[in-house]
Design a protein around this ligand. Structure first.
Ligand code: PNW
Length: 472
């Protein structure tokens, strides 16, 4: 349980992991180096009107070259763990078959240097960069993609398994399926609701097959997915608003959690999406694979959705600067309403109690599994001052409030074992290009210079103290 130390108001348990997270396409750059193949994000970002300002991850923050300096930054912060993703098209340029050793070598070097610095590597195997060749063969809506993913996972584990203990399989299957294949806000930019449902199933199936493949090679590996969960409230007591909130919760949260942790899809969601023929792609035994025991569950938490099912103003865009189709398959009438609460620079409601709510729900509704916050943070258009400072007090307040919610959950008995903030560095924020910054560390994109924001200095102190200063 959470101990009280005099100098620290809110101490976290000993052994709590203090981390930061990134993803390959958002930071690496070097898009054509050392045999990397094209991914769906290379293709998508070259499409006019897909990414703000026509930007892409060709250069990003040059982490592929600058990783030694970035590891020094992690050491200065005092991180105990670093969550990054492995680029599938670096490891398998065509998505299957031939393995590219030069690509694997990058991750071998990265992992070795992290370990030398005393930082635990936490690789994620899929953070949205599907090899283009697999998309050309149909992408995640095709069942074969799940098997290709498990094969790729085994290759990565074969290369790094002697040095890496903690593995994340898929990042945010909701985004990969519904932003990628229903609303088209993310790569590959398809607007096919039925295909999006199949993609969701095959991402989960790929996760389960990868867990089995990795565990067969290394029984000591700790493995789990990272899902993006939201706190969800109806906009009013009207039955229409309650039903809309149930539907959004079903598609965002329960579809994934029930499959992973209960081995079944929620029946109300199956009814909501009945028109898509979803049930036809689910074969006997799939849910057994999907609910294969996991060692940890990664939770990415950013915000609360307040939902209405009554007619009114247009749905507020959540993940793209461009107007799009709804990602909410079967419930596209649902609207997301403003609450008047403060929002981040993304326009997302700031709701730290929602994180406590999400964690408590996991504890009560699902079987016990060690939990990690694998992403939590705030995007703004930070300014670099002439004296090389960035005063991002809003980001500090955001992280502080969410860490307090974590502490409260731990005190309530929730098995929360670590916290990774999104993100270590400013980076390519998908459809928003480089316009929104989530980093603790500012990147001057013209020179690639890294500058600690106030939040970086603050987070380093939190880590050093093992907790937060007393109540304000
Ligand atoms: C997550 N939404 O993306 C990703 O895992 C990160 O790569 C990303 O940079 C970070 O959060 C900040 O956006 C999301 O619209 C993108 O619901 C969109 C949504 C959620 C998460």
């Amino acid at each position: 349980a959470a101990a009280v130390r005099p100098e620290v108001g809110l101490a976290f348990p000993t052994g709590f992991q203090w981390g930061a997270a990134t993803a390959a396409y958002q930071i690496e750059g070097a898009a054509r180096e050392d045999g990397r193949g094209p991914s769906i994000w290379d293709t998508f970002s070259s499409r006019p009107g897909a990414v703000l300002g026509g930007e892409n991850g060709d250069v990003a923050v040059e982490h592929y070259r600058r990783y030694p300096q970035d590891i020094e930054i992690m050491s200065d912060l005092g991180l105990t763990a670093y969550r990054f993703s492995v680029s599938w098209p670096r490891v398998q340029p065509d998505g299957s078959g031939q393995v590219n050793e030069a690509g694997l070598d990058f991750y071998r070097r990265l992992v070795d240097e992290l370990l030398a610095a005393g930082i635990q590597p936490w690789p994620t195997l899929y953070h949205w960069d599907l090899p283009q060749e697999l998309e050309d063969a149909g992408g995640w809506p095709e069942r074969d993609t799940a098997q290709r993913f498990a094969d790729y996972a085994a290759h990565v584990h074969d290369a790094l398994g002697d040095r890496v203990t903690n593995w994340m399989t898929i990042n945010e299957p909701w985004c990969a399926a519904f932003l990628g294949y229903a609303s088209g806000e993310h790569a590959p930019g398809r607007k096919e609701p039925a295909a999006a449902m199949r993609a969701a199933h095959h991402l989960l199936l790929g996760h389960g097959l990868a867990v089995c493949a990795i565990r067969e090679q290394g029984p000591q590996a700790r493995i789990g997915p990272a899902v993006n969960l939201y706190a969800i409230s109806p906009a009013s007591e009207a039955p229409e608003d309650h039903d809309a909130a149930r539907r959004i919760d079903g598609l965002q949260n329960r579809l994934f959690l029930d499959a992973l942790l209960h081995g079944r899809y929620p029946s109300d969601v199956l009814a909501d999406v009945a028109g898509t023929g979803f049930a036809d792609c689910v074969r006997d035994g799939d849910l057994t694979v999907i609910s294969e025991r996991i060692d940890l569950l990664g939770v990415n938490y950013y915000s609360r959705f307040t939902v209405s099912g009554l007619p009114g103003d247009a749905t507020q865009a959540v993940s793209s600067p461009f107007s799009t189709e709804s990602p909410w398959v079967g419930s596209d009438f649902a609207r997301f309403v403003g609450t008047g609460r403060p929002v981040t620079g993304m326009g997302w409601d700031i709701d730290a109690p929602g994180l406590h709510e999400v964690l408590t729900r996991l504890h009560t509704d699902y079987p016990a599994v060690p939990l990690y916050i694998t992403e939590n943070g705030a995007g703004y258009e930070d300014d670099l001052n002439g004296d090389d400072t960035v005063h991002d007090h809003e980001r500090i307040a955001y992280i502080d409030a969410h860490l307090r919610a974590c502490h409260e959950a731990i005190a309530d008995g929730v098995p929360l074992r670590g916290y990774f903030t999104w993100s270590l560095l400013d980076n390519f924020e998908w459809s928003w290009g480089y316009s929104k910054r989530f980093g603790l560390v500012y990147v001057d994109y013209a020179t690639q210079r890294r500058v600690f924001k106030d939040s970086a200095t603050w987070y380093a102190k939190v880590i050093r103290q093992g907790g937060l200063p007393g109540h304000r």
